[in-house]
Design a protein around this ligand. Structure first.
Ligand code: PLP
Length: 435
């Protein structure tokens, strides 16, 4: 019987997952899959962690919901303090999804400028190829195939260049490429100077281009532009944040301290819908000294059950030193992916930082060309990998054929070997059909 469940692909026949443990998922037919992309780059600490499950059960015995506007709790304040200490931010605003964390960052920026007497600053800039969420603010910022669903409701904020060394740097040195991008960025700052509130940047490209790392001083240059033009730097670290990219925040790699940071996936790590906007002293003190009140919020934001679960997730992340562990294991994984590239011409590029790695696929490695219709090559590789028991996360932005390889930070070397062996078979299969 056909289910009433509405899925993205209405005719999809997806496997139904029954259980999960560590990096493994098992479907209702008993087939096991290695979750080589942590779902949608979510499950940093792996599936089925007993400490998190115990915290979930324990909290459920006490209280699962109170309204954020009426009550706080010791645990909520402790989690905020812990996140603030781990990331170096003054304030933490809880929400329930990455999209909401981005929306909240936009609203904090708008309020900041109202509070300091510059209400005309209401415009944002983001990268031409980017993904910032499925809400109207997020889609307005996104240079992604998905923004079409919002039609005229979405603003076109995505006018900054996108660092994409593999396809865009035209043989320039890393430094010259960053300079060239910064010239284009400056033009946008100048054009919008009178009404610019902030820029919203994924420090490492995520769902749109897959793990694209900016050239060395690009983000530092953007931060300087923000300071010159009095604009807020908002980092969208929904995918990269809380350990995924090998540091607590990916921005730390470049010594950048954004004014606002959206975090998400790694906070609930697949155990509960929770996300948070990190707010700098500059922004929160302007609000404290101004109206002293934040408009907005969501009913389920910071509910006690999600707070207890996220507290347990962060405890596992810190006590097991998973950020450093993930960074170490990522070195091994990257070596193995580079070995794969040496024998598989369909791999055009291996890239990324920390445990946010990706492969870009091509049909001609010399020319970097893809002749199949957009989206098909990446999906073919992912489908072949799935048949061989390995799940990778295909970029859906509409610009390339790439897929994230971003397993939980807990993955072992043996599991990486399994992952790579499955990919090896999948790539051979695709190559035998195409090349
Ligand atoms: N921002 C970035 C960088 C993301 O990668 C995502 C999700 O993939 C989002 C925002 C939206 O997060 P969510 O799907 O939790 O709303």
């Amino acid at each position: 019987m056909k289910s009433s469940l509405i899925q993205n692909n209405l005719s999809a026949d997806l496997p139904a997952i029954e259980s999960a443990q560590g990096v493994w998922l098992t479907d209702t037919r008993g087939k096991r899959y290695l979750d080589a992309c942590s779902g949608a780059v979510v499950t940093t600490i792996g599936h089925g962690n007993p400490a998190v499950i115990a915290a979930m059960a324990e909290q459920a015995q006490h209280v699962t919901f109170t309204h954020r506007g009426a009550f706080t709790s010791v645990q909520t304040e402790q989690l905020a303090d812990r996140l603030a200490a781990l990331t170096g931010y003054a304030g933490v605003w809880f929400v329930s999804s990455g999209s909401e964390a981005v929306e909240a960052a936009l609203q904090f920026a708008l309020q900041y400028f109202r509070e300091i007497g510059q209400p005309e600053r209401q415009w944002f800039l983001s990268s031409s190829q980017s993904y910032h969420g499925n809400t109207l603010g997020g889609l307005s910022l996104s240079g992604h195939a998905r923004r079409s669903v919002a039609g005229e409701l979405a603003h076109a904020f995505h006018t900054l260049p996108t660092p994409y060394t593999y396809r865009d740097s035209a043989g320039l040195s890393e430094s010259d490429y960053a300079d060239a991008l910064l010239v284009l960025a400056r033009e946008q700052f100048v054009e919008h100077a009178h009404h610019l509130a902030g820029i919203v940047i994924e420090p490492v490209g995520g769902a749109t281009l897959s793990a694209t790392v900016p050239p060395a001083h690009y983000l530092v240059g953007l931060k300087s532009l923000c300071e010159e033009f009095g604009v807020l730097f908002i980092a969208d670290e929904v995918m990269t944040g809380l350990g995924r990219a090998g540091r607590m925040l990916a921005s730390d790699h470049w010594g950048i301290k954004p004014d606002l940071v959206a975090t998400g996936k790694g906070l609930g790590a697949g155990y509960t819908p929770i996300a948070a906007t990190l707010v700098s002293e500059r922004v929160i003190s302007a609000i404290e000294q101004g109206s002293g009140r934040i408009q907005g919020g969501h009913t389920y934001a910071g509910n006690p059950l999600s707070i207890a679960i996220a507290s347990a997730v962060i405890e596992v992340l810190v006590s097991e030193d998973l950020v450093a562990r993930g960074a170490r294991m990522a070195v091994y994984l990257r070596e193995q992916l580079e070995n794969l590239a040496a024998s598989h011409p369909v791999i055009g590029d291996v890239r990324g930082v920390g445990m946010l790695l990706a492969l870009e696929f091509v049909q001609n490695r010399e020319t970097r060309e893809v002749t199949l219709p957009q989206g098909q090559l990446g999906r073919r590789v992912a489908a072949a990998a799935l048949r061989h028991g390995v799940i990778i996360y295909v970029a859906t932005g509409g610009f390339n054929e790439a897929a994230a390889v971003s397993p939980p930070l807990t993955i072992s070397t043996e599991e990486i070997d399994y992952l790579v062996a499955g990919l090896d078979l999948a790539l051979s299969e695709v190559e035998s059909q195409l090349l």
